[in-house]
Design a protein around this ligand. Structure first.
Ligand code: HEC
Ligand code: HEC
Ligand code: HEC
Ligand code: HEC
Ligand code: HEC
Length: 178
């Protein structure tokens, strides 16, 4: 009598395992790819027009000076200008429809860290780090574009440049993970 093969050597077990690994890797690569492409937004919001006409970043993202999150403008804030600005284009019609239905605009986040990372805008803005250093040149973008390679090494590289006196505090694991 042949002894049955150990479970992990049976072909179907190995094939199933290989397939599962492939699916997992594919999903991981796909997820990474998706987080680095510009997502379809509900309205093709033009940063270039708005920033170019002199509206400060903080007018629409005021939270950045006070706390962790910068925040997105409400539909009401858009209307503050677009009820006056006469121009009616398909994108403006979409805005007016959301407003008429009392809905907020379902923007898709692009600047986002995993939940276990604690980022805070306030100390960065207070230290004079420009928005563009981390988010790119919005005067050349319509909707915000994801920035590549913003991993732990990226945070630490800049923190190290703040000098040896600050390095101990700025490299403490508990600064960003708690
Ligand atoms: C040191 C780098 C850095 C600087 C400087 C910075 N940001 Fe951010 N910003 C980030 C990171 C990292 C995230 C993702 C945070 C998260 O997911 O917890 C983010 C997220 C955002 C978001 C989306 C989430 C939210 O917080 O509402 C907006 C909007 C934003 N930033 C706007 C700005 C503006 C405007 C400025 C300038 C006043 C600015 N940021 C300066 C790194 C930076
Ligand atoms: C401070 C005033 C102001 C605010 C606030 C504002 N806009 Fe605008 N927006 C403008 C001006 C000015 C233009 C340029 C109009 C033109 O080209 O004649 C513009 C242009 C646009 C356009 C391009 C129109 C086209 O040519 O298709 C869109 C879309 C738009 N805004 C959407 C929004 C949305 C969505 C919000 C809220 C998140 C918003 N705006 C908030 C002033 C504002
Ligand atoms: C008139 C309002 C307005 C102004 C001015 C403006 N933004 Fe935005 N911002 C928006 C809206 C609306 C969105 C959501 C659509 C998108 O992702 O582009 C957004 C999205 C963003 C995001 C991505 C947020 C996320 O959830 O991932 C970043 C980063 C950002 N803006 C940075 C800036 C910076 C930096 C400036 C100044 C150079 C600026 N914005 C000026 C309205 C504005
Ligand atoms: C371009 C430079 C730069 C980048 C990139 C950067 N930081 Fe900072 N960070 C600073 C500066 C400057 C300070 C203020 C240092 C001080 O207190 O003098 C700071 C402070 C902080 C603080 C507050 C420190 C305190 O003592 O309260 C936290 C938290 C933080 N950073 C997290 C992050 C995270 C998380 C990332 C990456 C997602 C990041 N930073 C990326 C420059 C940067
Ligand atoms: C200045 C902020 C900052 C500090 C300090 C920091 N981290 Fe991170 N860490 C991040 C960010 C941002 C990510 C998410 C991006 C990534 O995966 O690189 C992360 C991811 C991680 C991950 C998950 C890695 C992965 O591949 O998913 C681990 C584990 C980790 N950090 C451990 C640590 C330890 C241990 C320390 C102290 C020695 C530390 N971190 C200090 C910002 C920081």
């Amino acid at each position: 009598m042949n002894k049955p093969l150990p479970l992990w050597m049976r072909p179907w077990v190995r094939i199933t395992f290989a397939v599962v690994v492939l699916i997992f890797l594919g999903a991981a690569a796909g997820g990474l790819y998706l987080t680095q492409t510009v997502p379809e937004q509900p309205i093709q919001f033009p940063h270039n027009f708005h920033v170019g006409s002199g509206i400060p970043c903080m007018y629409c993202h005021p939270g950045a000076q006070w706390g962790p999150t910068a925040g997105l403008p409400t539909t009401q804030k858009c209307l503050g200008c677009h009820q006056q600005v006469e121009k009616r284009t398909p994108e403006i019609e979409k805005l007016l429809n959301y407003a008429a239905n009392g809905q907020s605009i379902p923007w898709v986040p692009v600047a986002i860290q995993p939940d276990f990372v604690q980022f805070n805008h306030r100390p960065h803005v207070a230290a004079g780090v420009e928005c563009a250093t981390c988010h790119g040149d919005l005067t050349k973008m319509t909707v915000a574009e994801p920035q590549r390679g913003q991993n732990m090494g990226w945070c630490l590289e800049c923190h190290q440049k703040q000098g040896p006196e600050k390095w101990e505090r700025l490299s403490d694991c508990a600064l960003c993970h708690y």
